[in-house]
Design a protein around this ligand. Structure first.
Ligand SMILES: Nc1ncnc2c1ncn2[C@@H]1O[C@H](COP(=O)(O)OP(=O)(O)O)[C@@H](O)[C@H]1O
Ligand SMILES: [Mg+2]
Length: 286
């Protein structure tokens, strides 16, 4: 595999008023160029922490993130982040919000006219040209997310980092945006790392679904390869046995105890019996 992005033995501790909290403990992952990876796991297991480490917004306590053979030490335009909450500036238009990123990244290398054309091109990619002069409060949630994606793409990133990008949207809007994201990736070939807790979304979009155990000290519990041909069509897939199988595998991981805290002692039959006995005693004692 031609490794584009590598997470190498990442450990992440946070200092808290109650002492050190170990969020991640030994995350290893190699991602190929153009691969679409979903990170899935229970709330609080450390998914956003992984993205923030790749973005360079956090520094790992142990191990590190390697992009194109170089260790990540700070944020950079080759790794663009899209948040669940679009985070657009409310006093700027759609066009101006994207322009902000473009000026920052290409202010010195593109002329004013080139920058304008590049902003327009990226708004077109997400089908938002018609709303270029509107402000965030004049457009829907789905449209705001589209602008957030356009802003990220406008940095011409090699790696797109998406933190539950469609989590706050209704099902139909989410479906449209998922389709747009698949189209964009087919066109641009970005490497994508997306956090989601939507099992269908993970299977539909991903080449591999990385499942995280419950923290503290979360690790990768399992990785599922999704070998469905592209382009993918959600309606056709709904009855595809490989799709249904992949979906079931993830659900099993999430709800069957495989995602349990990795350093917890395995529930031995003895422990189970004693818990049961305690319960019986409680019932017997009223
Ligand atoms: N800055 C921080 N300080 C202390 N604890 C943190 C900090 N950031 C995250 N955590 C803790 O690390 C764990 C993982 O957080 P996060 O990555 O946000 O989870 P997820 O995105 O999977 O819901 C949680 O228990 C969270 O409370
Ligand atoms: Mg999160």
């Amino acid at each position: 595999m031609n490794t584009h992005l590598e997470l190498s033995d990442i450990g992440m501790n946070f200092k808290t008023p109650r002492g050190t909290f170990c969020a991640l403990d030994g995350i290893d992952l190699k991602v190929a160029k153009g691969e679409f990876i979903s990170l899935i796991g229970h709330s609080g297991c450390g998914k956003s922490t992984v993205l923030n480490l790749v973005a360079g917004l956090l520094k790992a306590t142990r191990g590190g993130v390697i992009v194109n053979g170089r260790q990540v030490t700070e944020p950079g335009p080759e790794r663009a982040m899209v948040f669940q909450n679009h985070s657009l500036l409310p006093w700027l238009t759609v066009f101006e919000n994207v322009a902000l990123a473009v000026t920052k990244v290409f202010g010195k290398t593109k002329t004013r006219a080139e920058q304008r054309a590049w902003i327009e091109h990226n708004l077109e990619l997400v089908h938002m040209t018609h709303a270029r002069d509107k402000r965030p409060n004049e457009i829907s949630g789905g449209m705001k997310q589209r602008v957030g994606i356009a802003r990220a793409l406008a940095m011409q990133p090699e790696i797109l980092l998406l933190d539950e990008p469609f989590g706050a949207l209704d099902a139909l809007t989410r479906a449209q945006l998922q389709d747009s994201l698949m189209e964009i990736q087919a066109r641009l070939g970005n490497t994508i790392l997306m956090v989601t807790h939507d099992v269908d979304e993970a299977v539909l979009l991903s080449d591999r679904v990385v499942m995280l155990n419950v923290g503290p000290g979360a690790r990768i519990g399992s990785i599922l390869q999704v070998d469905l041909p592209r382009p993918r069509n959600r309606l056709a897939l709904a009855e595809n046995p490989a799709y249904i199988h992949a979906r079931a595998e993830i659900l099993r991981f999430l709800y069957d105890g495989h995602s349990a805290h990795n350093t917890a002692a395995p529930a031995s039959p003895v422990a189970k019996v004693s818990r049961l006995q305690l319960l019986r005693r409680k019932v017997a004692n009223g």
